[in-house]
Each structure stands twice: as structure tokens, then as C-alpha cells.
Design a protein around this ligand. Structure first.
Ligand SMILES: Nc1ncnc2c1ncn2[C@@H]1O[C@H](COP(=O)(O)OP(=O)(O)OP(=O)(O)O)[C@@H](O)[C@H]1O
Length: 342
């Protein structure tokens, strides 16, 4: 059973003023997130990502549809029960949302205090968490004395204090530089692996999805337009929006304008070879061209590694007799997908 299941969920915000329209922030969304997954939700600004996570921890009420968290239907729960539910869901934010007037220790202690955890147990837990996030020496510091990456580590420790089964990360690395982003993502991966925490990662950056997510949902204008494993969506995106996101991290097939430039520069026939899942050796393909005496030049593309599995698209300019090229392509077609660009 999924740990989070949305069925036909919609959320409409009422019009803010007389001349404004209501906002249909989420429209008929179905989504299943399994326990133990790192699930990425990607979309441009305004796609509805934040609203979606706020529905999952019931900070917003759905306008219609069903939302089950840990097997409980939360759309009909009274506020008192929702408070209990939220203890089982941790959250981290882009701007960290730490208490600046409290030390690192006190920040992490806060949710434990609210949950009524006895002092001795609290102290042990905070100490463990500080070690886990690598900030044991910063317990007495204030947030202002920390770097962005360290602040987010405190945010993660605080979110984990009550041992939630779900961690929501809303643009948690968007304020960090690339190196610090990788460190924080590595920490989230450890949280997932060591505690089995289900992590829902909201982002507009495909790199974040590529680095840690197992599965991804692509959102556009309040709808989930594509879901799948990260490998499947990266290697074969189905919708224009997914293709645009994927193209930010994967050099794939040249667009029409790029093709015109390539054509002007390179004589010969232009073909794109698509490799999937590392089951084909590029060397074998090139050897075949060599054997047949077909000239080839690599003019676009690359091979990508997504979480240890490879795929890619290589665009080549081929020169030689048409019949020789056709014969070589016939053999190559047995192992890779060949698309001739007309
Ligand atoms: N409290 C609110 N009242 C009215 N409209 C809202 C409210 N919160 C969000 N919206 C609107 O709902 C839509 C979805 O917003 P949401 O913040 O969920 O998108 P997002 O994908 O998270 O974008 P961003 O990354 O910019 O936050 C937007 O059009 C936004 O203006």
C-alpha cells in the first residue's frame, strides 16, 4: 500500500479580489508514493508543487478528492488529529526557517519539546542527530553563525527529531551553491537509506531529481502530466514539458535550429543513434561503420549516466556510398535505435 495516495485531488484558491479569478492550483491529481521511496516532483514556478505538499501535510485542505497518508484518509480528519499526523511528517524549506534567536541545539529540541518528549530522551536524541548531520561541534551556535549548507543540516536534524516516516523537502537546495547542494542531497540520501524515511522532493531543478530521486512526477499548470522511474523519464520523456526539463541536464537529439547549423557544417547523411541501458557497446557500432568503410563524425549528443544506468543519443554525419551506409545501418539497427534526420 502506498504511504501517500492521492485520488482525483483538486485545490482551488478563491479569488483574492473582485477583479481576480479563482486559482485552480491542483487539478484532478492521482499520485502514489511508496514507503521508502525518494519521490521527486518537478515543475516550473506556479505549477502547484508547493500546494501539493501542503495538501499532504494538511496545511491546506483539498477542495475535492481523497488523500491517504499512512493509510488514513486525511481530508476528513479534525484539526486535533491533523496535529498528530503532522508529527509523523517532517519538512525542510528553501529558506531553512530556523529560529534565529535559538541555538542549533534549541532549534532541534523544539519539536521534541512540543511533542512532550522527556528531557533525558530529548538530549540523547539531539546529540545523535547532531552527529548524524555532522554538526556536533556547532550545538551552541546560532543560525546566523552558520553557512547555508550547515543551516539546512540543522533544518534536516530538526525535521527528523520526531522520527517522521515522511520528509517533505520544498526546494531545500535552491538557495545553495552546487557543491553544497550535492552535500545536502547526499545527506538526504543517507536519511532515506539509514532510516527508511520516505522523502518527497519538490524542485524546479532536474539535476536534483537526477541525483537522488527514484521516481519523478512532472507537474504543469496544476496537473501531474507524467510519472515514472527517473531512468525511464530521463531516457524517454513523453511530454513536451518533460522533454524540456530533461534537456536541461541531458544533451539528446538536436532541435531543428541546431540541425540546420549542423547540416551547414557537415556533409553526408545525418543519423541519430539512441543507446539504452548500457546493453550496447558503442565500440561495436563504430567498428561496424569502420568495417564497411563508412566515414563517420560525431557531431552532437552524449552518453548519460543516471544512477549507474546509461543511455544516450549520438548524432553522426556519415559519408560514403549510399548503399554502403544503408548496409552498415541495417546491421547497427539490430542493437540501437537509428533515426535518420531528413
Ligand atoms: N494561498 C494562496 N492563495 C491563492 N493562490 C495561491 C495560494 N498559494 C498558491 N497560490 C497559487 O496557486 C498556484 C500554484 O502555486 P504553488 O506555490 O503551489 O506553485 P509552485 O509550483 O510551488 O511554484 P513556486 O515554486 O513558485 O512556489 C499559483 O498560481 C499560485 O499563485
Amino acid at each position: 500500500m502506498p504511504i501517500v495516495a492521492l485520488r482525483d485531488v483538486s485545490k482551488t484558491y478563491p479569488a483574492r479580489g473582485r477583479n481576480e479569478k479563482e486559482v485552480r492550483a491542483i487539478q484532478s491529481v492521482d499520485l502514489d508514493i511508496e514507503a521508502g521511496e525518494i519521490y521527486g516532483i518537478i515543475g516550473y514556478s506556479g505549477a502547484g508543487k508547493s500546494t501539493l505538499v501542503r495538501l499532504v501535510n494538511a496545511l491546506e485542505r483539498a477542495t475535492s478528492g481523497s488523500i491517504q497518508v499512512n493509510g488514513t484518509e486525511i481530508t476528513t480528519l479534525p484539526e486535533r488529529e491533523l496535529r498528530k499526523l503532522r508529527l509523523g511528517i517532517g519538512m525542510i524549506f528553501q529558506q531553512f526557517n530556523l529560529f534565529n534567536s535559538k541555538t542549533v541545539w534549541k532549534n532541534i529540541e523544539y519539536p521534541l519539546e512540543v511533542a512532550g518528549v522527556p528531557v533525558a530522551e530529548r538530549n540523547a536524541r539531539i546529540s545523535d542527530l547532531l552527529h548524524f548531520v555532522g554538526l556536533a561541534d556547532k550545538a551552541g551556535n546560532y543560525p546566523d553563525q552558520l553557512s547555508g549548507g550547515q543551516k539546512q543540516r540543522v533544518g534536516i536534524a530538526r525535521a527528523l527529531a520526531t522520527s517522521p516516516s515522511i520528509l517533505l523537502a520544498d526546494e531545500a537546495t535552491s538557495a545553495l551553491d552546487p557543491e553544497t547542494t550535492l552535500e545536502v542531497l547526499a545527506l538526504l540520501k543517507r536519511v532515506n537509506e539509514e532510516f527508511g524515511t520516505t522523502i518527497i522532493v519538490i524542485t524546479h531543478e532536474m539535476d536534483v531529481i537526477k541525483t537522488i530521486a527514484h521516481k519523478v512526477a512532472v507537474m504543469e499548470q496544476g496537473r501531474v502530466i507524467e510519472t515514472g522511474t527517473v531512468f525511464d523519464v530521463f531516457s524517454d520523456p513523453q511530454t513536451p514539458a518533460s522533454k524540456r526539463f530533461v534537456s536541461t541536464v541531458v544533451r539528446a537529439v538536436p532541435e531543428a535550429d541546431e540541425l540546420a547549423v549542423l547540416r551547414a557544417k557537415h556533409p553526408g547523411r545525418i543519423v541519430t543513434l539512441s543507446f539504452a541501458d548500457g546493453n550496447v557497446s558503442q565500440a561495436a557500432v563504430f567498428l561496424e561503420f569502420g568495417r564497411k568503410g563508412v566515414g563517420f563524425e560525431l557531431i552532437y549528443g552524449g552518453i548519460n549516466d543516471v544512477q549507474g544506468r546509461t543511455f544516450g543519443h549520438l548524432t553522426l554525419a556519415l559519408t560514403g556510398e549510399d548503399s554502403t551506409i544503408d548496409a552498415a545501418l541495417e546491421i547497427v539497427r539490430n542493437s540501437v535505435v537509428v533515426t535518420e534526420v531528413k
